[in-house]
Structures are given as C-alpha cells and as structure tokens.
Design a binder for this molecule. Structure first.
Ligand code: GDP
Ligand code: IMO
Ligand code: MG
Length: 429
C-alpha cells in the first residue's frame, strides 16, 4: 500500500492538478493539506477543462476528497466551486467531499486586509492573490482564528467573531482607511454557510487513519511550490503556509510514518507569478515564446506568469527539502522548437559559483545563472506515450535532469490532457 505526497518544486503552477487527477485513478482518497483558494489547479479530461481552487483534484476520478486542517477556506468560494462542479455533472456530496473541523475560515476582513495592505505597500508589495490567505494564517497563529468547529456552533461563532471584530475594525478604519465591518451581516451570511456545509465537516484525522488501516491508498495534494514556502521560500515573497511535503502530515493529522513516497512536480522550465527574485528569468524572445506556447497565465488571477529556464539549484533545494523519491516533468512539449535549451546549474556570485539556494534575498537578487546548454528538438512530442519514442535530444534533456538531481523521473507530461502523459513508473502500482 502506498501513501504519496505531491508537491510543487518551483514557484507553483507546475501542473500538480493534472498529475493528482491522473494518479488519483489508483488512489482511494485525495487530501489537500495547505493553502487555500490562492491555488488554481487545472485538469483537462476528454478535452474538457476544470479548474479547482479548494476542492481536491481527485474529485473528477470520483475519489473521496478531504480538505485538511492546514487549509484555509473561504466558504463562499468553496460553495461556488461545489455548485460549479455539480453543474458539470460531478458528485460533490458529503460522501465524496469532507472538510476538517479544524480548518480555519477566511473571513471578510482577511480579504479586505490582504488587498488594502498590498495597495499601501505600492512597489514593495508581495503580489498576493488578494484572497485573504496571509491575514487568515496570521490569525490562526495568533490564536484569533475561527474554525469550522466554531462555524457549525452558532453561539460559539458569534462569541468568537465579536471578541476580535473591534480590533479588526480599528485596524481597517485607522490604518488601512477602509470601512469597518458590521457584525450582523457576517453572522447571518456565515450561519447560511454553516447550514450548507455542516454535513461535510468531520474529524479527518480519524477518518484517514481508518482508511489507512483498511488498506486504502492516500494521495496528498500540495498547493503552491517549495520556493513559496513560508520557511524555506524566497521570504517575504512567499505564501503564508508550509508548502513542503512535511506539512502533508501537520495539515491533515496523518503521522509521518504513514507516508511512503514524495513526488516533486517539475515544470520543464520555470515560472513565477507575483514579485520576488527569480535567477533564471528570461526577459527576451525565448521567455516570450515559452510564455505564449505554454499559455502561462495564472489560473487564479489571470496574471501573466514570468518565465525562465529550468533551474537545478531550485530543483535540488526542493529534492532535499521534500525528500523527493521521484520526479514528474511537466510541459515538456512546450520546449519543442528551440535550437538549444539552457539548464541553470549554479549561481555566479562575487566570483564564486553557488550551488545551494541562498537564504539572503540580497544575495539571491545579485546571483547570475550559470548555464549548461543542451541541444533542443523540433518534433511535436505531444502524441508520444512511451519514453523510448521521444526524440534523442528530449531523452538527453531528461537524463541530464536525473543526473543533476540524482532522482529518477517517473512521469513525463507532454500536454495538458490526462492522457497526454508518459507513465514510466506509477507510484500506486
Ligand atoms: P498547478 O497549480 O500546479 O496545478 O498548475 P496550473 O494548473 O496552475 O498550471 C499548469 C497549466 O499547464 C495548466 O493550464 C495545465 O492544463 C497545463 N499543463 C499541465 N501539464 C501540461 C503539459 O505537460 N503540457 C502542456 N502544454 N500544458 C500542461
Ligand atoms: P498553485 O497551487 C503560483 C503566489 C502569489 C504571490 C505569493 C503570495 O496554483 O501552484 P498569497 O495570495 O498566497 O498570499 O500570495 O504566492 N502564489 C502562487 N503562485 N501558484 C500558486 O498556487 C500560488 N499561490 C500563491 O502569486 O506571489
Ligand atoms: Mg496553479
């Protein structure tokens, strides 16, 4: 039996949704463990596209999907997503979707604070998704959060809301110059959310433990990427949760001894949305070409993604931080048509070549990529389903990634569709 964690190795949008959907085929349960609706995970099945922000990407494969305690949930967004999926013929009833009673709620003031703060910061802004993610995690850590277990108890919800709202309103009004919030409409709206979501709320740690004990296989779906991790990423240009594999345990209530493998999703090049350093970023025609061919627009905010070459300093950092047991390379098809491809193998900094990802943003922002150049390929590889059928130069590119990372590639994605995939080794078989 296998219980596998999927994480992004770069700055998010590596194609985690597609791979979770694909692998969910042989899993029984899919668990989101961190982040919120800052995530946008895209699945394409039989030519139909689905984007999920909160509901785990296993829902299309009719698996039991859990929203873990480590996730921050905007109830309106969740309800809208459930309605959208239902409208497209997907069952998202309480037998299919379960929400941890310990998951925190994104409140209206979290969204207002996120947006107003970014506005105030001007050029110094983080470039957040504006969904209230950071302020919600702040309240969780400072013990001013409201969880599902309080949402479903109207008295408790009201009591908790009223105990913080004065402070929030003082901050909104006097620091952020925005209108304060009236508690009554919040109480009414959230009591409707409670009614709708009550059947879904459960102790997921207990349920997942029972599932494992009867031999079910779990797939943990990470959001964002390793370099957006609150501890290990390019702080402060990060998200507000731990995105690394270790958080699959904290964010779901499953102990580390139960995890049997960790798959790192690696885009064949690199992208980033929002502000923050990005050493292998391209500002030339090659970057534009990748952006256009890869349709690199954010699935959540529609922003153009910044594009650059594959960066092995970044990937090797992710290999160590997540304990990766296998890699999945995505969007390899997008690199077709280049005469030559660059792979960043180190950073030139003050006369030295660094191969470990620097912690100081000041250092990182002065690093210049050191490239190794490999020959490209001109063939369209999107119809290929066996590794040995890939062009020689494509296989060379993959072999070099394996050599430089010392981790083998188990899956190669050559298009957005579920079937546009070469599975070398399936983690559940
Ligand atoms: P996630 O946040 O990691 O799930 O990734 P996103 O869904 O935000 O972004 C990945 C984008 O690339 C989506 O539009 C996918 O449909 C698309 N995609 C995934 N894998 C491939 C692939 O191998 N080739 C191409 N061309 N597109 C892909
Ligand atoms: P998925 O799961 C790419 C980025 C934002 C911003 C920073 C902080 O689709 O890979 P936040 O709203 O989280 O406080 O924003 O993190 N970011 C993502 N970038 N993919 C994501 O998710 C992201 N979620 C957050 O652009 O730079
Ligand atoms: Mg995304």
């Amino acid at each position: 039996m296998a219980n596998i964690v999927i994480v992004g190795t770069q700055w998010g949008d590596e194609g985690k949704g597609k791979i979770v959907d694909l692998l969910a085929d042989l899993a029984d349960v899919v668990v989101r463990f961190q982040g919120g609706n800052n995530a946008g995970h895209t699945m394409v099945v039989n030519g139909e596209q689905f984007i999920s922000h909160l509901v785990p990407s296993g829902i299309l494969q009719k698996k039991i999907c859990y929203i873990g305690n480590g996730v921050v949930v905007d109830p309106q967004v969740l309800i809208d997503e459930m309605d959208y999926l239902t409208g497209r013929g997907i069952d998202v009833g309480p037998e299919r979707l379960k929400i941890s009673e310990l998951a925190h709620l994104i409140m209206p003031y979290h969204k207002l604070i996120d947006v107003a703060r970014e506005h105030l910061m001007g050029a110094q802004k983080i470039g957040t998704t504006g969904r209230g993610i950071g302020p919600c995690y702040e309240d969780k850590i400072s013990r001013r959060g409201i969880r599902f277990v309080e949402l479903i108890d109207p008295e408790l919800f009201k009591e908790r809301l009223l105990s913080f709202l004065d402070e929030k309103n003082y901050y909104l009004k006097n620091y952020l110059s925005t209108a304060p919030l009236d508690p009554q409409p919040i109480i009414e709206t959230f009591s409707r959310y409670a009614e709708r979501l009550l059947p879904y709320v459960t102790n997921i740690s207990v349920e997942l433990d029972q599932a494992i004990s009867v031999g079910k296989q779990l797939l943990f779906e990470g959001a964002q990427g390793t370099h957006l991790d609150i501890d290990h990423g390019t702080y402060p240009y990060v998200t507000s949760s731990n995105t690394v594999s270790g958080n699959a345990c904290c964010g779901s209530g499953v102990g580390p001894g139960r995890i049997t493998g960790v798959i790192g999703i690696v885009k064949a090049y690199t992208t980033r949305v929002g502000q923050g350093p990005f050493p292998s970023e391209l500002f030339d025609e090659a970057g534009d070409r990748i952006q256009q061919k890869g349709a690199e627009f954010g699935a959540t905010t529609g922003r153009k993604r910044r594009c650059g070459w594959l960066d092995m300093v970044v990937l090797n950092n992710a290999v160590r931080l997540n304990g990766l047991t296998s890699l999945t390379i995505t969007k390899l098809d997008v690199l077709g048509g280049f005469d030559a491809l660059n792979i960043c193998t180190g950073y030139a900094y003050q006369g030295k070549v660094l191969t470990e990802f620097p912690s100081s943003l000041k250092v990182l922002s002065k690093c210049k990529p050191v490239y190794e150049t490999l020959p490209g390929w001109s063939e369209d590889i999107s119809g290929i389903r066996k590794k040995e059928d890939l062009p020689r130069n494509t296989r060379n590119y993959l072999n070099r990634i394996e050599e430089l990372s010392r981790v083998s590639i188990g899956i190669i994605s050559v298009g957005p569709g579920r079937d546009e995939t070469i599975v070398v080794t399936h983690p559940f078989s």
